[in-house]
Design a binder for this molecule. Structure first.
Ligand SMILES: [Zn+2]
Ligand SMILES: [Zn+2]
Length: 209
């Protein structure tokens, strides 16, 4: 049980509570998918302060769990950690407050729906079941992928078929105006910058060497 007796908390001084608690309190279901089992105790580091008659507890907690990789099914050990615990209890002056359920709930909420042995786990071969992290196999897994159908219309065909020209011809006067405007808006070409490097100077340099 993770408990704090608020009568022990001095004013203006955080009351520190570090310890461990059996992971049995998590009550992990035995038939969880993926399987989850405690692989050690819950560790917690809490700091409690009183705000009037209210108790505010902040801190972190973690627990190691045994499970399996979702890609290669290897047994793995993971750590579930919550770094920003924050609990608020109202009107608990001189009372013993049990934090066990709150810590339990926060840890369970932090458990992801699946785990991986590593971010780049190669998984298992879909044909022979070889764990591709530990070795390779000679299966041609490309055959398992569907061949692209050459007769099927490409998604780009639809784009090509689109007629992007305006349906009605634009009024002549408008066209004139627009072209005049656009040509005026064009910046003058910078001749100085577009000058290609002369071959003369390069040749001079060569002859000197
Ligand atoms: Zn894996
Ligand atoms: Zn294989």
């Amino acid at each position: 049980m993770i408990k704090i007796n608020t009568s022990h908390i001095l004013p203006d001084t955080p009351y520190l509570l570090d310890g461990t608690e059996s992971a049995e309190i998590l009550e992990l279901p035995p038939d969880a998918d993926p399987p989850l089992a405690p692989a050690g105790d819950i560790a917690y580091h809490l700091s409690a302060v009183m705000a009037g008659a209210d108790l505010i507890v902040t801190g972190r907690a973690s627990v190691p769990l045994a499970t399996v990789c979702a890609r290669c099914l290897d047994d793995i050990r993971v750590t579930i950690a919550v770094k920003d615990l924050c609990f608020h209890f109202e009107k608990v002056r001189d009372l013993e407050v049990d934090l066990t359920d709150d810590v339990r709930e926060e840890l369970l909420l932090a458990v992801p729906s699946c785990f991986y042995c590593s971010p780049d786990c190669k998984g298992i071969c879909p044909m022979c079941g070889t764990n591709l992290n530990h070795g390779s196999c000679s299966c041609d897994t490309r055959q398992a992928e569907p061949e692209p159908d050459a007769a099927a219309p490409s998604p780009w065909d639809q784009l090509d078929a689109l007629n992007l020209a305006p349906e009605k011809p634009v009024k002549k006067a408008n066209v004139k105006k627009m072209t005049a405007k656009s040509s005026a808006a064009k910046p003058a070409a910078k001749k100085a910058n577009t000058k290609p490097p002369t071959q003369k100077s390069a040749a001079k340099k060569k002859s000197k060497e």
